[in-house]
Design a protein around this ligand. Structure first.
Ligand code: ADP
Length: 164
């Protein structure tokens, strides 16, 4: 039987509509998708892994085949742990491609049985990044059209915490 479990890994700090577009399109191709929220203790993030997991779970709750988990360490070890053979990544620009190609090669050299599959972003999301959303939001710009309601709420909560 073909293993059609895929992992969509990322920092998702925060999860935005570009991420949602990729994972919801991937859900039409794979039987089960695990969104892997990277917990890297050396990388400063606005949201904790648990906060990111919660906002993503709320955002994807209408698509039952998508699960959300956090992982630390090597992505290939996470794939082994969950029994997945495929990594999903999104491509926005040519500069994404250079980095993603390098990651795909390195991951395959670490675990030759895996494949990386790329989904090309829709034009309307090609300029979106988590970094820009945070910048716009903290400069009091509107980000409603870039993120889901649960993510918007999480951003507002974080803003209030930071301003106390
Ligand atoms: P990283 O994993 O490099 O920390 P992110 O968490 O932002 O980056 O993104 C996770 C995945 O989603 C990556 O494959 C990234 O290329 C993709 N991605 C990010 N932003 C978009 C977007 N606007 N449209 C489509 N894919 C995106």
């Amino acid at each position: 039987m073909v293993n059609k479990i895929a992992v969509y890994p990322g920092s998702f700090d925060p999860f935005h509509n570009g991420h949602f577009d990729i994972v919801s399109r991937a859900a039409k191709v794979f039987d089960r998708i695990i969104i892997g929220v990277l917990h890297n203790a050396n990388k400063k993030t606005l949201f904790t892994p648990q906060e990111r997991i919660e906002m993503i779970k709320e955002t994807v709750k209408k698509i039952p085949k998508i699960e959300v988990k956090s992982f630390e360490g090597l992505l290939v070890d996470f794939l082994k742990e969950v029994g997945a053979l495929t990594i999903i990544r999104g491509l926005r620009t040519y500069s994404d491609f250079e980095y993603e190609l390098q990651m795909a090669h390195i991951n395959r050299s670490l675990l030759p049985t895996i494949e990386t599959v790329f989904f090309v972003t829709k034009e309307e999301f090609s300029f979106l990044s988590s970094r820009l959303i945070k910048e716009i939001f903290f400069l009091k710009g509107e980000v409603d059209k870039f993120v889901s309601d649960p993510v918007l709420e999480a951003l507002k909560k974080k803003y209030n915490e930071k301003c106390i």
